[in-house]
Design a binder for this molecule. Structure first.
Ligand code: AP5
Length: 223
């Protein structure tokens, strides 16, 4: 399946994407994670992207589309993929349509995570990430690690993203409203959008997402 998760910063896209991708055995592709990898590696792309991430602005389209084009060309995407954080404006959505059309494919589903802004601010402010595993996501109150500051999965150090500060969160929400909500309209016109509530326990949201794409959670799969 080719799936896109869309929703405001902190809605739980990454949290759900890890579980959905494991359930469907498809790669989870997050442009935010790809940029953070480049930043950690100190690549030129990473150095250019860093200022945009810190300010809560979108990285320029030519850079972002190039990163996604390269990622979607890898063989592990042949059976499908789950996009998280791309596309984020109309130009990116049109570029993705073109890339998919070139390979004779299309998106099967766009899942729009709906959540009140007050809740996302709380989620982002308490988020802690692992330096060793980008998919290891914690929250100081909602999913705290057993030992403060230490990842339960791999023992790595937990840290707070430098764009998870109050002023930057407000800017990211503003960018979401002005630039990314038109992407939902773009896919609504293609008839592939299902809106699901992102409020509630992680497993409840996962169940809603799976039902929306015609699957059920298999407890044995561990997701
Ligand atoms: P990106 O990394 O994509 O960030 P984002 O979209 O702002 O989303 P977040 O990662 O903040 O949140 P999320 O929805 O994944 O929530 P999470 O699961 O972590 O992008 C960062 C930056 O990169 C952008 O600002 C931009 O600069 C650049 N960029 C990226 N893509 C780009 C593009 N296409 N074009 C241009 N620039 C781009 O959950 C949040 C917290 O809530 C966690 O602590 C989690 O434990 C907790 N939580 C999750 N679910 C629940 C629940 N059900 N109940 C309680 N707590 C929960």
């Amino acid at each position: 399946m080719r799936i896109l998760l869309i929703g405001p910063p902190g809605a739980g896209k990454g949290t759900q994407a890890v579980r959905l991708a494991a359930h469907l055995s498809i790669p989870h592709i997050s442009t935010g994670d790809l940029f953070r990898e480049h930043i950690d590696q100190g690549s030129e792309l990473g150095r250019n992207a860093h200022a945009h991430l810190r300010a809560g602005r979108l990285v320029p389209d030519d850079v972002t589309i190039g990163v996604i084009e390269e990622r979607l060309a890898r063989p592990d995407t042949e059976a499908g993929f789950l996009l998280d954080g791309f596309p984020r404006n109309r130009a990116q959505a049109e570029a993705l349509d073109g890339l998919l059309a070139d390979s004779g494919s299309k998106l099967d589903a766009v899942l729009e995570l709906e959540i009140p802004e007050a809740e996302v601010v709380e989620r982002i402010a308490g988020r802690r990430l692992c330096r060793q595993g980008r998919d290891h996501i914690f929250h100081v109150d909602y999913s705290p690690p057993a030992a403060p500051g230490v990842c339960d999965v791999c023992g790595g150090e937990l840290y707070q993203r430098d764009d998870d500060r109050e002023a930057t969160i407000r800017k990211r929400l503003e960018v979401y409203r002005s630039e990314t909500t038109p992407v939902v309209d773009h896919y609504q016109a293609q008839g592939v959008v299902t809106a699901i509530s992102a409020v509630g326990q992680v497993q409840e949201v996962l169940d809603r997402a799976l039902i929306a794409i015609g699957h059920r959670r298999d407890d044995a799969s561990g997701v």
